[in-house]
Design a protein around this ligand. Structure first.
Ligand SMILES: NC(=O)c1ccc[n+]([C@@H]2O[C@H](COP(=O)([O-])OP(=O)(O)OC[C@H]3O[C@@H](n4cnc5c(N)ncnc54)[C@H](O)[C@@H]3O)[C@@H](O)[C@H]2O)c1
Length: 446
């Protein structure tokens, strides 16, 4: 039994140790993916610190505040070590990771030159791609198949070949945002989806073919973009059936990260919000893809959702019923990966008196996203080795990293960053058999 500050304790899960090599299959070796891979190599060589990565730098408090016990997460839970990560991936361009990173211009030349011999060894496999789903790209390094089933089989063959060289595999989508697709009948069951693959159903985008291949092979899958990919009944069923964990989607990096920090503060203090205008300039390839209205719509849906869920206007109509929320992403090549975001927030306080907050975030998109991608890979692999997590499908505790958390049917997603952080750490305590931390703490005043 735990104390008042600690919730109930349970026996630790029999988590399989992180033995051997963890293979990371990255879909899309662009700015985010190359920044993650180069970053992991830089950390392995002692050239830099893994700043922004909770798995590498975060600690977890165990027991009472007076116990002074806060080990590093990576020492407490059996996650794979960075030295055991092996990367491979797919892209629609044949550039190796060094060339692609040089093109993305996120990391400076000096760093890339130091890492060049390693980065050059990672060459993409030909991708599954169709320009119908990403209008602004035209790839040359692409698989050919007689239908989508055939393409899925080719990806499965890639996974099986890679599996022979490593001990475990995780897949992560770091490829471009696809056009907005609504779920249809083809997404409602595994059988319907498999039929759809054979019939080249238009509602099955490439990201879904990768996810299908991964989950069919029992490989966990994370989605860094907003595409409809594993958030369908068919993929949830496949994830559970094959013990291949999945989670929500779209890395929560710049502006949305700020939103999910500020909005909970306003709500906690019962401050009203009348308007929230968010605009961005961004000049990387992602920005170019998002310049297409159909890809932007996919992104917009993801960015819009968080405020509604955090504010709960149905519970607080006086504060949030009339909130006007507007989001703009503008492609502006001179800035490259260095995004600039502005938020104007019109809030109101006591007796309805108006106030304003301006946020101007000059961030680096891929520098913020890379540690998230790494953490998702490591935690999904942990979930796969954890008996109480591996077959539940959606790992809601990973919502912390994502703009669109995925939940069980009928549950609203939790967007508040601090609730998400508590949920993540309590999940780690739970699987390790430690008491949960509720922050009640009355026992200190007995
Ligand atoms: N950087 C961030 O802060 C952030 C935050 C949230 C989400 N994202 C998303 O992460 C994804 C990656 O971002 P990025 O900045 O690295 O973009 P990027 O354009 O630099 O890289 C995407 C790569 O995917 C490749 N690609 C496209 N379709 C493919 C397919 N079907 N198969 C294999 N490869 C394919 C492209 O050729 C490109 O190399 C984007 O969808 C972006 O919206 C990024």
């Amino acid at each position: 039994m735990g104390t008042e500050e600690q919730g109930g304790q349970k026996a630790a899960d029999k988590i399989e140790p992180a033995k051997g090599k963890l293979g990371v299959m990255v879909v899309g070796l662009g700015a985010v993916a190359t920044t993650m891979i180069a970053g992991v190599e830089a950390v392995r060589r002692g050239l830099a610190k893994p700043i922004g990565s909770l798995t590498q730098m975060g600690t977890i408090r165990l027991g009472k505040r007076t116990d002074s016990k806060s080990p590093l997460i990576k020492d407490y839970v059996p996650i794979a070590g960075l030295n055991d990560l092996v990367f491979t991936g797919w892209d629609i361009f044949a550039d190796n990771v060094y060339e692609s990173a040089a093109h993305a211009k996120v990391l400076d030349e000096k760093t890339l030159t130091q890492l060049k011999p390693y980065l050059e060894t990672i060459k993409p496999l030909p991708a599954v791609f169709d320009q119908y789903y990403v209008k602004r790209l035209n790839g040359t390094h692409v698989k050919k198949g007689k239908n989508k089933r055939d393409l899925a089989n080719q990806l499965i063959a890639d996974i099986r070949a890679f599996k022979k060289t490593v001990d475990r595999v995780v897949m992560i989508w770091c490829a471009s945002t696809e056009i907005f697709i609504e779920p249809t009948a083809v997404h409602q069951s595994i059988e319907a989806f498999e039929k759809g693959l054979k019939n080249d159903d238009i509602a099955i985008a490439p990201s879904q073919i990768y996810a299908y291949a991964a989950l069919s092979e029992g490989v966990p899958f994370a989605n860094g973009a907003q595409n409809l990919t594993v958030d369908t009944p068919a993929m949830i069923e496949l994830s559970k059936r094959n013990a291949a964990p999945i989670c929500g989607k779209d890395f929560k990096t710049g502006q949305t990260l700020m939103k999910t920090v500020l909005a909970p503060a306003f709500k906690a203090r019962m401050l009203g919000v009348r308007g929230w205008f968010s605009t961005n300039i961004l000049g990387n390839r992602d920005g170019e893809v998002l310049d297409d209205p159909q890809s932007f719509k996919t992104k917009e849906e993801s960015k819009l959702g968080s405020l509604d869920y955090i504010f709960q206007p149905e519970l607080y109509p006086d504060l949030y019923k009339d909130l006007y929320h507007k989001i703009r992403i503008n492609y502006y090549p001179p800035r490259g990966d260095d995004k600039e975001a502005w938020d104007n927030i019109d809030i109101f306080g006591w007796l309805g008196y108006p106030m304003q907050i301006k946020v101007n975030f000059l961030c680096r998109d891929s520098i913020l996203a890379a540690p998230i991608a790494l953490d998702l890979v490591l935690f999904l692999d942990l979930a796969k080795r954890t008996p109480s997590l591996r077959s539940i499908g959606i790992q809601e505790w990973l919502s912390f990293y994502l703009k669109s958390p995925q939940t069980a049917a009928g549950l609203y997603p939790e967007h508040d960053l601090f609730i998400q952080s508590m949920k993540l750490k309590n999940t780690l305590r739970h699987i390790m058999g430690a008491g949960l931390i509720t922050h009640l703490g009355l026992e200190y005043y007995d």
